[in-house]
Design a protein around this ligand. Structure first.
Ligand SMILES: O=C[C@H](O)[C@H](O)COP(=O)(O)O
Ligand SMILES: C=C(OP(=O)(O)O)C(=O)O
Ligand SMILES: [Mn+2]
Length: 499
């Protein structure tokens, strides 16, 4: 075997950062053997379709929304949570489509986002120092349940299956058409100026949808349940993703297939070459490599370079510009369109110093990439009461800086990666994990409905605030209106420029 040969297990000869050590190796092997026999969660055709759509994003013909929980949990795998999450993704994308007049490619952090890298192998729970919680795929949130258990990977497989099945059933039975701007209440918006701006967008959008329905009458007058079509909003593509962290699991879900729709080729003497066979990770459409596991000579990059799925690479302030280009050479040597999404996450105070150099280096290299901004992970802080949180103003500051810097560098921000949730607490209200937004969530409100057990997520209202901001930006760009970050939406939402 040549030194450069790849197979789904070739990562095993490299160092895996954030590795999980299982005390019972035999049990691990048994679980992995079982996972290898289980059916794929997603199909090669869907993965190829996503690659094509991401190539559209790369060519500025679509916008990418990558969003969902920091970490899913097995307990949160319920009808209510899943439908609220999908509902938020659909509402968010509708608002962006309205402003940008561009399709939105939706990739959820869902149906498999069960494993977490951590800053430290141990953490303090009360007075005790215990092994850090690494996600339901690995160990339990209960401090007495922190020993990694391989059976959790099987459980993750089945929870992913249940989640994905529910997502598919919602989307194929008309759920998307229920997400109407008329149902979005703006009563939480504290600033009258902001409420007016948001209202203008929802009204326009609502009118447009009604108009579409009116001219489509006849075709759509029979409901889906009565045998009719799915309506103007009914046909939506939706893709799944998770961080490709647990390489044992990812390897077991990697399967070899011929590329669908590729044909056999024939030479002039009639010799037939069968269609190329490649390796798909069949546990999700899209996988990303984290900022903590992207070492060029490490196990994760070795695994990622061999799969056919489109991939994301998290890039933080510690990435050198030439290292980024070398990474692209490794994971996309043939420079395929739609293959690599760079997800930048520097922090609002560092984006100015880091992003231009990264953009320029990639431009000089000629590598085709999609750039998206993750304005969450570089902006985490601890509240005075010890809760992990993020400030809405800082989040939109990094996002708007990224949009501006791309444009100044002759590049374009192709999308956004957010940790958000539409899930509701038992009292029916949104979670309270991030500060600010149009509801002006304050520090003393954080403990009210803080439900995340990893990173703080934007709630439904705060997420739509971001959608309105992006939509407004694209509308201005499209109509040639002057974009200024001192305008109503940005300033009323608490946006600020940090040094
Ligand atoms: O989601 C990202 C990381 O897993 C998370 O931010 C790590 O959190 P920690 O710094 O508390 O370990
Ligand atoms: C772990 C994550 O991010 P990063 O690798 O950028 O820290 C994440 O997206 O949850
Ligand atoms: Mn996170």
């Amino acid at each position: 075997m040549s030194e450069n040969a790849w197979n789904p297990g070739s990562w095993r000869s490299k160092h895996a950062a954030q590795d999980v050590v299982y005390p019972d190796r035999e049990k691990l092997d048994k679980v992995l053997a079982k996972i290898r026999t289980l059916p794929p969660l997603v199909s090669p055709s869907e993965i190829e379709r996503l690659r094509t759509q991401l190539a559209q994003v790369q060519h500025n013909r679509a916008f990418l929304l990558h969003a969902g929980d920091c970490a899913e949990s097995f307990d949160a795998c319920t009808h209510e949570n899943i439908s609220n999450k999908i509902g938020l993704i659909l509402s968010f994308s509708l608002i962006v489509i309205w402003g940008a007049r561009m399709p939105v490619v939706r990739i959820g952090r869902i149906a498999g986002q069960y494993a977490k890298p951590r800053s430290s192998p141990t953490e303090k729970v009360g007075d005790r120092v215990v092994t850090s919680f690494r996600g339901d795929n690995v160990n339990g949130l209960d401090p007495d349940d922190r020993t990694p258990d391989p059976n959790r990977m099987l459980s993750a497989y089945f929870h992913s299956t249940a989640t994905l099945n529910h997502v598919r059933s919602l989307l194929t039975s008309g759920f998307a058409s229920l997400h109407h701007p008329k149902d979005w209440s703006l009563t939480h918006v504290r600033s009258p100026a902001l409420r007016e701006e948001f209202g203008r967008i929802t009204e326009g959008l609502s009118d447009a949808l009604e108009f579409t329905r009116t001219i489509g009458l006849g075709k759509d007058s029979v409901s889906y349940e009565q045998g009719g079509g799915r309506g103007a909003l009914g046909e939506v593509d939706f893709y799944t993703s998770h961080e490709g962290l647990m390489l044992d699991f990812e390897e077991a879900m990697t399967r070899e297939f011929a590329i669908p729709s590729s044909l056999a080729s024939y030479t002039s003497d009639g010799t037939r070459t069968p269609p190329p066979r490649v390796h798909y990770n069949t546990s999700a459409h899209f996988l990303w490599v984290g900022d903590r596991t992207r070492q060029l000579d490490g196990a994760h990059i070795e695994y990622f370079r061999g799969i056919r799925n489109p991939i994301g690479v998290k890039v933080g302030p510690s990435m050198d510009a030439d290292e980024l280009v070398r990474l692209l050479e490794i994971v996309n040597p043939n420079r395929e369109d739609g293959k690599v999404t760079i997800i930048t996450r520097y922090g609002a105070g560092k984006v100015e110093a880091c992003l231009p150099g990264h953009i320029k280096a990639v431009q000089v290299s000629g590598h085709p990439v999609i750039w998206i901004s993750d304005p969450m992970h570089g902006n985490t802080l601890t509240s005075s009461t010890g809760l992990k949180t993020r400030n809405f103003g800082t989040i939109i500051s990094e996002l708007t800086s990224a949009i501006r810097i791309h444009s100044e560098c002759g590049s374009r921000l192709g999308g956004v990666s957010l940790e958000f949730t539409g899930e509701l607490a038992d009292d029916g209200f949104s979670v309270t994990e991030c500060l600010g937004g149009s509801m002006k969530l304050s520090e003393d409100q954080l403990p009210l409905r803080y439900q995340s057990f990893c990173d703080p997520r934007l709630n439904f209202e705060q997420s739509l605030d971001v959608a309105f901001l992006i939509s407004d930006h694209f509308k201005k760009e499209r109509t040639g209106a002057k974009t200024s970050y001192g305008d109503v939406l940005y300033s009323e939402l608490g946006g600020r420029k940090l040094a």
